[in-house]
Design a protein around this ligand. Structure first.
Ligand code: NCD
Length: 311
């Protein structure tokens, strides 16, 4: 695995190795805090970040991860500041940046086609997909996986309820692909925007999926969920700005939830996860942000130190 374009690039063993190494990175950061020892494992490496869609967590956690391991960062946060504004083809931009960096982290507003993915696989440096339109967000799925594994130990036998903009969330798409690999999981989906039931699947999950029609049905299973995965309405992918989220987590929901349940949200959060519920230990919103940095440290380490031996 030299490139991370889709969650399909991640076999079970990769998920586990990346999680184990992310735990190790947590230990390193904590010992650095105590002893102030610099961690220079990626010294001399250059990471380019190209974000053609807004980002706080993904871009800055990748950049922080690289800097914390002694590497350097070159960055484009504004699409219009690149030759894209002059009409350059995205592939040319990427192939150019590949001459300057050891790894490219890129976010695109449109899904990357299979044809372009195949071309990225020929690049002289590693390409990591940091979100392509409403298609995929593999490193987010990894950090969600890491967070669940940290608290639950195992990845199977969980009841997982996904609430959000099912048609338009790349995070949901990638999360379902990863958690759906375990046949003992049961996945509930509740569309907070409209009634469409279909998930944009690119691989049939092994775990059963049940669609919840309304909030009553969501409430009916509240005492059974092990994980609630809340997602915002993807306003930028709707024609009208009028799209309203139909769902908001409430104290009454938390009262019925298991004591060891997890409430996850990839961020940014909007109405679906009110800030005044942050007191609740089951809400891992900010911890996910930190876990994102640990997992991305592990991903960068994996690709930049092992890529020549991988398949
Ligand atoms: C997500 C994204 O951009 O896909 N954010 C993130 O990377 N943490 C989710 C979102 O914007 O809704």
């Amino acid at each position: 695995m030299n490139h991370l374009l889709t969650t399909h690039d991640l076999a079970e063993v990769d998920l586990l190795n990346i999680c184990r190494n992310a735990e190790g990175c947590d230990g390193v950061l904590k010992s650095q805090d105590l002893r102030g020892v610099p961690y220079t494992v990626l010294e001399g490496k250059v990471m380019a970040t190209l974000f053609f869609e807004p980002s706080t967590r993904t871009r800055l956690s990748f950049e922080s991860a690289m800097v914390r391991m002694g590497g350097q960062v070159i960055s484009v946060a504004e699409r219009n500041s690149t030759s894209d504004a002059k009409g350059e083809h995205f592939l040319d931009t990427i192939q150019t940046v590949a001459q300057y960096a050891d790894v490219i982290i890129a976010r695109t507003p449109d899904p990357i086609s299979e044809d372009v993915k195949n071309q990225f696989r020929q690049l002289p440096c590693t390409y990591i997909n940091a979100g392509d339109g409403k298609n995929e967000h593999p490193t987010q799925a990894l950090l969600d996986y890491y967070t669940i594994r940290k608290y639950k130990g195992v990845m199977d036998q969980h009841k997982i309820c996904i609430v959000g903009d099912l048609q338009n969330s790349r995070t949901i798409n990638s999360f379902v692909e990863v958690m759906g690999r375990y046949p003992g999981n049961v996945i509930f989906t509740y569309n907070s925007v409209d009634n469409s039931k279909e998930l944009p699947r690119n691989r049939e999950p092994l775990a059963p999926i049940h669609h919840l029609e309304d909030e009553d049905q969501f409430n009916h299973f509240l005492s059974e969920y092990d994980v609630i995965y809340l997602n915002r309405v993807q306003r930028e992918r709707h024609e009208s700005d009028e799209v309203l989220c139909q769902f908001q987590l409430k104290r009454s929901h938390l009262e019925s939830l298991k004591r060891d349940a997890l409430v996850l949200n990839p961020g940014p959060r909007l109405k679906e996860l009110p800030r005044d519920l942050d007191f609740d230990h089951r809400i891992k919103f900010f911890e996910q942000a930190r876990n994102g940095m640990l997992v991305r440290m592990s991903i960068l380490h994996h690709f930049l130190t092992h890529s020549s031996q991988s398949s």
